[in-house]
Design a protein around this ligand. Structure first.
Ligand SMILES: C[S@@+](CC[C@H](N)C(=O)[O-])C[C@H]1O[C@@H](n2cnc3c(N)ncnc32)[C@H](O)[C@@H]1O
Length: 163
């Protein structure tokens, strides 16, 4: 598969899995967290699909398109390991949807980061909340959910916090 094909499939998987997460979380009140604001593409998609929900975005720096930068109250800058832990006092147990797109070119480092931040994300999630993302992440109260049709296993992941 060419790198272009692979990139397109990744974006299709992201969109399909985010849309599925929004649908699954529909009955649940609560904000969204975007872990990895990056260019702001998926933040913008979440803003469109999860209308009416507050969205808090995390990244170490702002590199997003100017139209996709959250206001200061919804932007948590710094290392995920610090900012996710700090967010627990205000957001602990309240998050309905987490989208975690944290991968870099270094696969081993991305996997290690995913394992490190999974418990920090877990602490923010409401019972029944949906976690969607690009890394293998586990927590005792999460169950793996099937992917939307056509999405290759291992490319993206959807989990639900057992209620
Ligand atoms: C793949 S990009 C996110 C792309 C974004 N979802 C989009 O659609 O534009 C991953 C982001 O995670 C951020 N990141 C990676 N490791 C981080 C860490 N330990 N702490 C904070 N931010 C980190 C990077 O700065 C990068 O912007």
């Amino acid at each position: 598969m060419s790198r272009l094909d692979s990139f397109i499939r990744r974006l299709e998987a992201q969109r399909a899995c985010i849309d599925r997460a929004v649908a699954l979380a529909a009955p649940l009140p609560g904000p969204v967290i975007e872990v990895g604001l990056g260019n702001g593409r998926t933040y913008d998609h979440l803003r469109d699909r999860a209308r009416g929900r507050e969205i808090f975005a995390f990244d170490r720096h702002v590199a997003a398109h100017p139209a996709c930068v959250p206001d200061a109250a919804h932007l948590l800058l710094g290392d995920f390991r610090a900012t996710l832990a700090q967010a627990a006092s205000a957001l602990g147990g309240k998050i309905a949807i987490c989208h975690a797109d944290i991968g870099s070119g270094d696969e081993a480092a991305s996997q290690a980061l995913g394992a490190e931040i999974a418990p920090l994300i877990d602490a923010l999630m409401a019972p029944g909340g949906i976690i969607v993302g690009d890394q293998v992440m586990r927590a005792a109260r999460w169950e793996e959910l099937p992917l939307p049709p056509g999405i290759e296993p291992g490319r993206y992941f959807i989990r639900r916090v057992r209620a």
